[in-house]
Structures are given as structure tokens and as C-alpha cells.
Write a protein that binds this ligand. Structure first.
Ligand code: NI
Length: 169
């Protein structure tokens, strides 16, 4: 089932999400819905707060469903390693229509549970490192906008406020 993606300005996107206590049927449904919603968008990553659920769950698929076996589902993920630096253009399904260059570590290792409750460690470089950091940021209530320098961030936020006032956000 597709779920509506909440946009910048919704308080659920600005709050740290809570750990998942038990991977039950409700969490399985959430993960299925998040994957369907991500593919439909289309996007390469989605975090539970983006569908209004304040839990530490995220999904990533750099192939957007085109290659089987590339889907990554993480429950209660944490960084083990963050190193190096890359600067690339980045966007977010909750901030539609806007992108910006964001500096982030170029290699990360993340540890978390998969949807079966098995502990997994995922290493990512380049785009995967970026996607993992972007989604884990969502679980802390942080958007890519919050990683921009003041002036760049203010410009985008001003445009969004204008759209909000016009009822177009
Ligand atoms: Ni995002």
C-alpha cells in the first residue's frame, strides 16, 4: 500500500525517531509500504518518518527496484565507521523540486537489523554512503537542508515558505 510522503514543515521530520522494539507484522507492513512508496515516487531511499511513522526504519535501493537483491532494509541502524569526504548534489522526497550540493563522508559502515531481525553490517562508498547518511539523518530529525550553509538553506526555505503560503506545498 502506498503511503503519503510528508513534506518539509511536518514536525515528524524534525524529531528523532524511536527505536523499534519488536519486528512484528505491523513493522513488516510498514517496510512493504515504504518500499512500494519509494519505488512509486520514484526514489532511492526512504525513512519511516517520511511516511509519518516516527520509528527507526529505512529502506534504500540504488537501482529503484530494477535489480533484484539491491534492496537494503535497516531497522535501528547505527554508524560504525564514517570517513573521507565527498560533495555531491542531493535531494529528498520530502523536499520535492529542490537539490543542493551536500558535503558528507565518502565511506561509511552501518550496523542494524534487517527485516528478519538478523544483524547486518553494510559498507557503502560514494552514492551508497550518501544514501545511508541521508536516511540515518532522517531518523535523527535532520534533513539535507540542515547540512547546508546558512545562505543556501535560507534561499530554499524562503522559496518553500512562499509555496506554503500559496497552498502549493
Ligand atoms: Ni530524504
Amino acid at each position: 500500500m502506498l503511503r503519503p510522503i510528508v513534506k518539509y514543515g511536518d514536525p515528524v521530520l524534525a524529531k528523532p525517531a524511536a527505536p523499534v522494539e519488536r519486528i512484528d507484522d505491523e513493522i513488516q507492513r510498514l517496510i512493504d509500504d515504504m518500499l512500494a512508496t519509494m519505488y512509486a515516487a520514484p526514489g532511492i531511499g526512504l525513512a519511516a518518518p517520511q511516511v509519518g511513522v516516527p520509528l527507526r526504519v529505512c529502506v534504500i535501493d540504488l537501482s529503484v527496484g530494477q535489480r533484484g537483491g539491491e534492496v537494503i532494509t535497516l531497522v535501528n541502524p547505527e554508524f560504525v565507521v564514517r570517513e573521507g569526504m565527498q560533495v555531491e548534489e542531493e535531494g529528498c522526497l520530502s523536499v520535492p523540486g529542490f537539490t543542493a550540493s551536500v558535503a558528507r563522508p565518502s565511506r561509511v559502515v552501518v550496523r542494524g537489523l534487517d527485516r528478519h531481525g538478523q544483524e547486518r553490517e553494510i559498507e557503502g562508498t560514494g552514492l551508497l554512503a550518501r544514501a545511508l547518511q541521508h536516511e540515518l539523518d532522517h531518523l535523527e530529525g535532520t534533513l539535507f537542508l540542515d547540512r547546508l550553509r546558512g545562505i543556501k538553506r535560507d534561499l530554499i526555505v524562503r522559496k518553500i515558505r512562499k509555496m506554503q503560503r500559496a497552498g502549493k506545498w
